[in-house]
Design a protein around this ligand. Sequence first.
Ligand SMILES: O=c1ccn([C@@H]2O[C@H](COP(=O)(O)O)[C@@H](O)[C@H]2O)c(=O)[nH]1
Length: 284
Amino acid sequence: MAFGARLMAAMRDRGPLCVGIDPHPELLERWGLPDTPASLVAFADAILDASVDSAAAVKPNSAFYERHGSRGIAALEYTLGRAREMGLLTILDVKRGDIGSTMQGYADAYLAKGAPLEADSITVSPFLGVGSLRPAFELAEHTGKGVFILALTSNPEGASVQHAKGPDGHVADVIARAAGALNEGKEPMGSVGLVVGATVGTAIAELGIDLEAVNGPLLVPGVGAQGGTPADVARVFGNVRHRVLVSQSRGVLQAGPIVEELRGAIRAASGAAQYSLARTNVDE
Ligand SMILES: O=c1ccn([C@@H]2O[C@H](COP(=O)(O)O)[C@@H](O)[C@H]2O)c(=O)[nH]1
């Protein structure tokens, strides 16, 4: 089954939350764990156990694994495999993007069946042009995987590039339209998503972006530690609420390391997002 359909089913069954697996050194310390590769495994195991019946997906961020070198990558490989065995969808946050021939290598690394670092989906950066990402789109289509393109990121520095206007329109809108074209006609939604922060304020309307026409999942970071709120999510994404996957890392992970307490925080964050989105009047 295609990633878009699998994610839609997971969100229907377990709510609109994706739990970020971000083993920051500060979080490891808070959990009473040393900053070592073995701790990455213990940290992620607890998050997977707490998420399995309460979140639609998990999102390990590769950066926190790469900083430990090959043993960190081995920990990531283990965690991706364990999530797959548990039936949890994975979004590997690697933000890759390169010329087409090299992009094929990245696609093979993460989206090929049986690859050591196989994930259900990855994040990609369109800075070299959305067309350069084609190898990832094509392999994802072939293997039933997903791709999330950075469009309007949650950090304040993103706007100076993403709001810029070129011959084809605003950068973020060009990206959104490209995703819409790749997802056209897909039911219940396509597998090419966008990353759009909860912190983008009124940018969607100002840049003339039609999120409905994207027809793909919207991965929404920025809630919690970055200052975004469930009310912001509802305000920004009310008309496409059925395709919104809110991603939270530090906001929920600080409830660890006890799995029951972590599960409680995940359920509360998921419930808050769901409640806020459900109260949105799409005609407003
Ligand atoms: O626009 C973006 C894209 C990705 N991220 C990633 O999401 C998490 C956010 O962590 P929090 O602790 O919930 O702030 C992190 O892995 C970022 O690299 C993002 O924040 N914004």
